[in-house]
Design a protein around this ligand. Structure first.
Ligand code: GCW
Length: 722
């Protein structure tokens, strides 16, 4: 048998197997959410008819794991969506051939002479064009690199999944940000710090011998949204991950991820030379310590030749770091960077650092600690900065460091997992929040100095660029604990690829790929998603309030909390409620950390009359009777925000009820149950916070705000077991 016919026979068998698998999947567990946005059920008939002419076979020549992954995905995707087998073929001269690869893997692509354009798009960029080969209409998906070809294949599938035309394609895309990472805060015992969707996906005790097939699906999902890095372990790191035993396991994971373009990163515990190496110190300027890290780096790269690098949380919340030895953050980061550099590894140093000093403002701490080192970090170091100056609160103003370190490679860190946003119980679409952050103008180089431009490197010609999201995935069958929160994983990837995408487009894409393509239903669901972030802020922390939650688990309201030994872990430190008013004065009359922002941002925030009301209590201590833009006093406005949040979840529940029958029953029910919890919690937030603040404001609740269901004492006594 010739090469070609051998391949087509193999293609046919793969095709049949996949079709069968899809069929079984469709009856047994079609709607448990496992398939994420890669659900390849048949499209509406009218589109199938159109697409079938354009998609008859997949031509993906070449031998590599990535090319194999492209073949499998295209066959399964096209076969499923079009409801008939779309086989692998070696014949590009056929109507409806979909030809995928690089100039090296595909003779046809090589013959197109696209090398220059493809080189400009880089190994992850791709070009998709409808062409004629001879007289045959075909589609070409080409890239300079196999990973780009894989991304192009997923893009092509997405076009069909979202019912876009594919007959006259001319698409060129490349990532705007180089490193697009998911950070997993997974512990070696399988638990996940701030994880609300089950246990860790990495089964350390079974690895490297047994590899959970789910790892491949994780990698596929990431590749479909072009996520190319995965930090495997908690930044509150256990040094054990760096032992040979664990590196072997890490290498096994890396080999599953590699064909999908996902590189692994590890959190490095700064004191590992002591814990693993038996050294007396972890002082970064100690020659033996530096040598230990160099050797460790060499060993890691022996196991994993394309290892991404280290992520480091140092001198933060009890973690060891260079300051333990009176050295600086730069001393620590650059020492590790030197160990990584020979292998092209990176060091991602986290800026989430705050001290414990009497009378200071935690919001200013990262800036005070890191800004003086601008321009001092080595070329392979990125500084990872949380979106806001405190800690992933429902809404924070942007972190001032984004406008203050022009000579440092900054990368934002978002939190996809909802530590402070209702865990996996509350429906909140985070793209809206991330858009606010990315669109924020730092004015570092005059108007238009947005965080998007800091991040994509265009503002300061930053050489390395990156963005990280703390993952919300876990072993739950639906990955994220709540079907809708898959959208946040999806949205993070899409924004990391193109930080200019708008939230509505992302939401609509995702809805069509997961829940429904019925235009009325997609409209309703998109609106719910797009309103959800403001609604959550309304019932949790409106007008710039922050950090009002219970200590420890961070679920539910506890604005009265004042018992932690550290002031800055207590809500009372943040809201500063008294008889006069509410809010944290960060102006000159207070902590003055407002001075960390550039003018005119600073001027705008400084004046209560021009400060956006959504940040009013973040920057100002405001009298209860302060007149708001609405003409109402601050207390009334605050109370109405809480009520609005509750009203929103109530009307959302009704709208969801109307979608019964449009959405499959299994996911419909599960979402409905979560929405009921969200309403319960919104009421709890509104009542507990308002009753508590009322003890200071001494004013009645305004008309339109419901009477609290319980007393303040009852809310204080409420206990939560997590
Ligand atoms: O948000 C806080 C969390 C910690 C976390 C820390 C960090 C990993 O409460 O659980 O630790 O941030 O980002 O380092």
């Amino acid at each position: 048998m010739s090469q070609g016919s051998n391949r087509s026979l193999r293609g046919f068998i793969v095709c049949l197997a996949i079709a069968l698998q899809l069929f079984i999947g469709a009856t047994a567990e079609a709607d448990d959410g496992y398939r994420l946005w890669l659900r390849y059920d048949p499209l509406p008939t009218r589109m199938i008819t159109v697409y079938r002419q354009r998609v008859t076979s997949a031509v993906v020549p070449g031998n590599s794991h990535t090319l194999e992954a492209i073949r499998t995905e295209l066959v399964s995707g096209c076969t499923g969506l079009l409801g008939r087998p779309v086989p692998i073929s070696s014949d590009a001269h056929r109507d409806g051939a979909v030809i995928v690869g690089t100039p090296r893997s595909s003779p046809l692509i090589s013959g197109l002479r696209w090398e220059t354009q493809l080189a400009q798009l880089g190994p992850e960029g791709f070009r998709i064009r409808s062409l004629k080969v001879g007289t045959h209409p075909v589609t070409v998906i080409a890239s300079d690199g196999e990973i780009g070809a894989l991304y192009g294949a997923f893009h092509f599938l997405r076009l069909m999944q979202t019912l876009q035309p594919i007959n006259n394609l001319d698409v060129t895309q490349k990532p705007r940000i180089q490193l697009r990472m998911l950070d997993h805060w997974d512990n070696l015992d399988g638990s996940i710090e701030r994880g609300y969707a089950g246990r860790s996906l990495w089964n350390w005790s079974a690895l490297p011998g047994t590899i959970d097939p789910r790892l491949r699906d994780y990698a596929r999902a990431n590749a479909s949204i072009a996520i190319n890095g995965s930090l495997l372990n908690n930044v509150n790191a256990d040094a054990q991950i760096l032992t040979a035993d664990y590196l072997r396991k890490v290498a096994a994971i890396a080999s599953v991820f590699r064909p999908y373009g996902v590189r692994v990163f590890l959190s490095a515990r700064f004191s590992a030379p002591i814990e693993l190496g038996g050294l007396k110190t972890a002082d970064p300027l100690d020659a033996e310590v530096a040598m230990w890290w160099k050797k460790k780096a060499d060993e890691i790269f022996e196991f994993i030749h394309d290892f991404g690098g280290f992520v480091v949380k140092a001198n933060s919340e009890g973690q060891p770091g260079p300051r333990t030895y009176n050295r600086t953050h730069v001393d620590g980061a650059n020492m590790l960077a030197a160990a990584m550099a020979p292998h092209n590894g990176l060091v991602i140093w986290r800026a989430f650092v705050y001290d414990m000093k009497p009378g200071y403002d935690r919001a200013g701490a990262a800036y005070e600690n890191l800004q003086p080192f601008d321009g001092k970090f080595a070329a392979n170091v990125l500084l990872q900065v949380k979106n806001g100056p405190i800690d992933f609160q429902p809404r924070e103003p942007f972190h001032p460091l984004f406008g203050a370190m022009p000579k440092t490679q900054l990368m934002p860190e978002f939190q996809i997992t909802q530590e402070y946003l209702g865990f996996s119980n509350h429906l909140v679409f985070l793209a809206s929040m991330w858009r606010e952050v990315l669109d924020s103008d730092t004015y570092a180089k005059g108007p238009g100095s947005t965080i998007t431009k800091v991040t994509d490197g265009s503002l300061y010609s930053q050489r390395l660029t990156g963005i990280a999201g703390v993952a919300n995935t876990g072993s739950d069958r639906n990955w994220t604990g709540h079907h809708f929160l898959q959208a946040n994983w999806y949205a993070f990837g899409r924004l990391a690829w193109n930080p200019d995408l708008n939230s509505r487009q992302i939401a609509e894409e995702w809805i069509k790929m997961t829940f429904t393509r019925d235009p009325r239903a997609t409209g309703t669901i998109a609106r719910i998603m797009l309103e959800s972030h403001q609604a959550l802020v309304d019932y949790m922390t409106p007008l710039g309030l922050h950090h009002l939650m219970w200590g420890g688990h961070h679920y539910g309201p506890a604005p009265w909390w004042d018992t932690f030994e550290r002031d800055d872990w207590n809500p009372v430190y943040y809201h500063r409620a008294d008889e006069r008013g509410l809010g944290f004065d960060r102006t000159e009359t207070g902590s003055n950390t407002l001075s960390q922002y550039h003018r005119p941002v600073r001027d705008r925030f400084e004046n209560p009359a021009t400060c956006p009301e959504e940040f009013l209590l973040w920057f100002h201590h405001v009298p209860w009777a302060h007149r708001m833009k609405s003409g109402r006093i601050m207390w009334d406005e605050l109370a109405l925000h809480y009520q609005r949040g509750v009203d929103w979840i109530r009307s959302t529940r009704k709208e969801w009820t109307a979608l019964a029958g449009v959405v499959d029953p299994e996911r419909y029910d599960q979402v409905a149950k979560k929405l009921a919890i969200q309403e319960r919690d919104a009421i709890w937030w509104r009542d507990a916070v308002l009753l508590y603040f009322q003890t200071f404001s001494k004013r009645p609740l305004p008309a339109g705000v419901e009477k609290p269901a319980k007393t303040l004492e009852e809310y204080k006594a409420k206990s939560l077991v997590w």
